[in-house]
Design a binder for this molecule. Structure first.
Ligand SMILES: Nc1ncnc2c1ncn2[C@@H]1O[C@H](COP(=O)(O)OP(=O)(O)OP(=O)(O)O)[C@@H](O)[C@H]1O
Ligand SMILES: [Mg+2]
Length: 244
């Protein structure tokens, strides 16, 4: 499989703190890669750098061999349409109702879509994630778990090729978390590229083709699923490393 995203010698710092340092890592097209490591090691920062949401202080992020900060406006829009991000804190717009939060990506990326087709698409993704309440309320009226469902629905809405998922199961009950995991597994079967962060070893076992362990803002280990399946000590080491 080809590399779809590559971070080359990427560093990121904020408030005089080096958060990611000289990181080199690649993500394969059509594969699911788990980013793991203890709290505060830099996973969310790496995911945002890979998605072009944070700008590195040093180094290059390439999408299909092209520097994502040198894409034309058209190419950048294509990259945005092909990518979907579920933020760890959901990051829903506080001053919009849920319907408009879900409608905005369609208005940007499919400007010719009719209003009734937008409505149909919104209802499809809302049903798919299992959200059953009103859409004409604002995120502050939702539980953290419900916010995650809407964030997930927003990620699905444009039918992206690359999913950046930052702890999708956080705040959800086990049933809802397993349900979203099945939706991810479905995309995996459709050869979508999935880069995800989790502290739950079950999701690594059920989804990950590759595992990248981050420690202190650096890539510490990159493993394949086969390596973990073949070595119980290694599996236990990863399990301990992600939950600490
Ligand atoms: N904008 C920022 N300014 C200052 N420090 C930051 C900033 N963003 C992240 N950090 C710090 O960088 C470190 C890594 O943060 P990050 O959110 O990437 O960790 P993480 O591995 O995702 O942790 P968790 O598992 O708890 O979500 C943390 O110590 C965090 O406080
Ligand atoms: Mg995080």
């Amino acid at each position: 499989m080809a590399t779809i995203l590559e971070l080359k010698n990427v560093s990121f710092s904020a408030q005089n703190q080096n958060i990611v340092q000289n990181l080199d890592c690649t993500f394969e097209e059509g594969k699911a890669t788990a980013l793991v490591g203890p709290s505060g090691c830099g996973k969310s920062t790496v995911l945002k750098l890979a998605a072009g949401i944070l700008i590195p202080n040093q180094g290059v992020v390439e999408f299909r061999g092209r520097d994502i900060y040198k894409l034309s406006r058209r190419e950048n829009l294509d990259f945005r349409r092909e990518s979907a991000f579920v933020f760890q804190d959901s990051a829903l717009w506080a001053n919009q109702d849920l319907f408009h939060i879900l409608e905005l990506p369609l208005l940007v990326h499919f400007p010719d879509m009719s209003k009734s087709d937008r409505l149909t698409r919104i209802m499809e993704v809302v049903e798919e994630v299992g959200y059953r309440r009103d859409l004409y309320i604002r995120p502050a009226n939702l539980s953290m778990g419900e916010q995650k469902l809407i964030a997930f629905a927003r990620a699905l809405i444009c039918g992206p090729h690359i999913f950046f998922l930052d702890e999708w199961a956080e705040s959800l009950d086990d049933k809802a978390a397993q349900h979203l995991t099945r939706l991810i597994a479905k995309r995996q079967k459709e050869q979508k590229t999935i880069i995800f962060i989790t502290h739950d070893f079950r999701f690594i076992k059920s989804l990950a083709d590759h595992i990248i362990m981050i420690l202190g803002g650096k890539m510490f280990l990159k493993l394949t699923r086969e390596q973990i399946d073949a070595d119980r000590d290694l599996a236990r080491y990863i399990e301990m490393g992600i939950s600490s």
